[in-house]
Design a protein around this ligand. Sequence first.
Ligand SMILES: Cc1ncc(COP(=O)(O)O)c(C=O)c1O
Length: 451
Amino acid sequence: MCAKLTKPHIVVEPPGPRAREIVEKDKQYLMQSFVRWYPLVVERAEDYVIYDVDGNAYIDLNAGLGVLNVGSTNPEVVKAATEQLKKFTHYSLTDFYYKNAVDLAEKLVNIAPVEKPAKVFYTNSGAESIEASIKAARYSTGRQYLIAFLGAFHGRTMGAVSLTASKPVQRKGFAPLLPSVIHVPYPYPYRCPFGTDDPEECGERTIGFLEEWVFGKLVDPTEVAAVIAEPIQGEGGYIVPPDNFFPKLVNLLRRHGILFVSDEVQAGICRTGKWFAIEHWNVKPDIIASAKAIAGGLPLGAVIGTDKAMSIGPGGHASTFGGNPVSVAAALAVIDFIEKNKLCERAARLGEKVIKRFQEAMNETQLIGDVRGKGLMIGVELVRDKKTKEPAKEELAEILMRLFKKGYLVIGAGVSTIRIAPPLTIDEEALMNAVEAIIEEIKKVEKERRK
Ligand SMILES: Cc1ncc(COP(=O)(O)O)c(C=O)c1O
């Protein structure tokens, strides 16, 4: 971990001159299909501290989009990857064998909440893990329909984006998408699509909708291969479903032989205080899609599923780089580091502290409408009015920009939610200072907008 820095260190107001130059060049040479919240240009990083090209030091509260759970340049991950780099960097797992890929698969099967015997398929990203999950589900059930949730984000490749429904811009212009995909409402307790304020009733009504309207009017359940869900919706706004939802959902799916795919790309690897977020509800998915944090910043994804669900035979699916030995070495080091340092437990403890402070802050400002989360996957939803719940979208952008200029790297999710997802290694004092800085900026923006 890095020399302890508990507050940012800003030497030039960002973006500084070097950052501005690189941002201009980016505009010239890169396809501008990304949404950047602010012009941070990274030069190096150490644990939860990110340094920009102008010498500013920032506190990382987004972990490079949910990837750096063990911190940036984690020495044990760097060591494992470096040692592997010197041995061999690639020798296609799709055609040959190597030991660390088998060792990691064994580890993943043991930590994943799926029925054993289970198997792993390696990919390079979250979207590829979703693609592989779709293929495994269709192949093993012989069924074609897929059900996903409104508000979900599952990635950008054609199969994954067909399941994604968090913002129209993510789908606009790319039709035709994958056929036989049905979207249903997600139980978002703060804004339940069924108009109730009672979270459990919201969960109940969502299941009822699926049973009565989807299976009753639209598709025979025997034609549905899988339901794919994020245990906590990420890009959609860090939305935690009510506690009755997943147990009821999985119960319904079992009755119809439909597979349950848990998309743990963002919520997995101890982010929520458990290895996989679905463990909070004591249900066992047939397939888990993982990626992001699994290899500490190196590209790797893994699909972990029951033998029955992972039944695609020889020649049916493969990826040249999937299970790259350097990424796999890094992933083994990540798991080891998390276990040794009890990062699941740490995420749970710090998360409770952060949530408590934001809940208190709800009495100090009108702008915070809802605080939710598990472990260090926390959403603070901003609203203009607590009664109408009008999203405070512009206020969110303003607050994030101000925090950036002060040295805090925080981004948004959904329409107007502050997303808090730091490395699980973050120094406690640095984290709580950041929380106070966020609350302070919320209050300032609220006051200025009221004038
Ligand atoms: C829940 C979830 N699934 C899938 C993806 C896609 O992952 P990738 O960007 O690695 O393709 C993301 C990315 O943010 C995600 O949050």
